[in-house]
Design a protein around this ligand. Structure first.
Ligand code: NAP
Length: 278
């Protein structure tokens, strides 16, 4: 049976490290501050924002909550971001996605000062990742690198296959694995012979958004499998993009859902907030 990669334990470790760094910064007179903006009251977004505020409170980060009504105009939102960009006491700015349809998401994300872009979505930070410069990295893929490193899984020289090419997960994931000297292939919905490609992977990262799509016949014996997907099944239980029951017996290590990649995203957001103030 595969080793379970324990995202709960690893994320707790990262949060403790952040807590210590926040305390040290406080001694130096720096209060790490994150501004969290939510527009409208999408219930899932409210849950995510609540979890981020809770994590901030636990770590000692001051969070400023901006809960704006659904009718907020793009100009109003851009003006708020402009104001927060200019405030010396605000280190990080996070705009919870998705935004209401009348607001141009790209324009909003591009307006955040790259030095305060703790989500790592600004083109300047994405570009920095691309050419190996310092910058904020999208939290979920950054968390996956931590899961691998802290589980003593070597990336250098390994065949890494990423399924999914979203801007938030797949693409930055591929760039990070490349930065760690993996040999990287990116697959997507137009990929032919997907199984042939995934069966080459020593490390298989699955970010498709299709419940339990990856079964044992996609996986090489002894591979490491990282499941980014998160869904509720017919019994209201959480599951991933990987069919855990059939895949786990064939892997050397695998992330469970829940308790794998999920908890790492917030932990890395906290890490980015601390970095923004350091
Ligand atoms: P996304 O934007 O929908 O991207 C999905 C990717 O999968 C696309 O690149 C798509 O290809 C590819 N794809 C779709 N069907 C495919 C198929 N049959 N074969 C091969 N590739 C296929 O999703 P995302 O934002 O990257 O998220 C992926 C999953 O991770 C979702 O379940 C999401 O809920 C979850 N997620 C979890 C966390 C976390 O913290 N745990 C964070 C973010 C996302 P095309 O580009 O060709 O369309």
């Amino acid at each position: 049976m595969a080793k379970l990669i324990d995202g709960k334990a690893i994320s707790a470790q990262i949060k403790e490290e952040c807590k210590e760094r926040v305390a040290k910064l406080k001694e130096e007179g720096i209060e790490v501050t994150l501004a969290v903006i939510q527009v409208g009251n999408d219930p899932a977004s409210t849950v995510y924002v609540g979890n981020k505020k809770k994590a901030c409170a636990y770590i000692g980060i001051r969070s400023l909550a901006y809960e704006l009504p659904e009718e907020t105009t793009q100009e109003e939102l851009l003006a708020l971001i402009g104001e927060l960009n200019g405030r010396k006491d605000v280190n990080g700015i996070l705009v919870q996605l998705p935004l209401p349809k009348h607001i141009d998401e790209e324009k909003v994300l591009d307006t955040i000062d790259p030095a305060k872009d703790v989500d790592g979505f600004h083109p300047q930070n994405v570009g920095a990742l691309c050419i190996g410069k310092k910058g904020f990295v999208s939290c979920t893929p950054a968390g996956i690198i931590q899961l691998l490193k802290r589980s003593d899984i070597e990336i250098a020289g390994k065949e890494c296959v990423v399924i999914g090419r979203s801007n938030i997960v797949g693409k930055p994931m591929a760039l990070l694995l490349l930065r760690e000297n993996g040999t990287v292939t990116v697959a997507h919905s137009r990929t032919r012979d997907l199984k042939e490609i995934t069966k080459r992977a020593d490390i298989l990262i699955v970010a498709i958004g299709k419940p339990k799509m990856i079964t044992a016949d996609y996986v090489k014996e002894g591979a490491v499998v990282i499941d980014v997907g998160i869904h509720r099944n017919e019994n209201n239980k959480l599951c991933g993009d990987v069919d855990f029951e059939s895949v786990a017996p064939h892997c050397s290590a695998i992330t469970p859902v829940p308790g794998g990649v999920g908890p790492m995203t917030i932990a890395m957001l906290m890490h980015n907030c601390v970095e923004s103030a350091s």
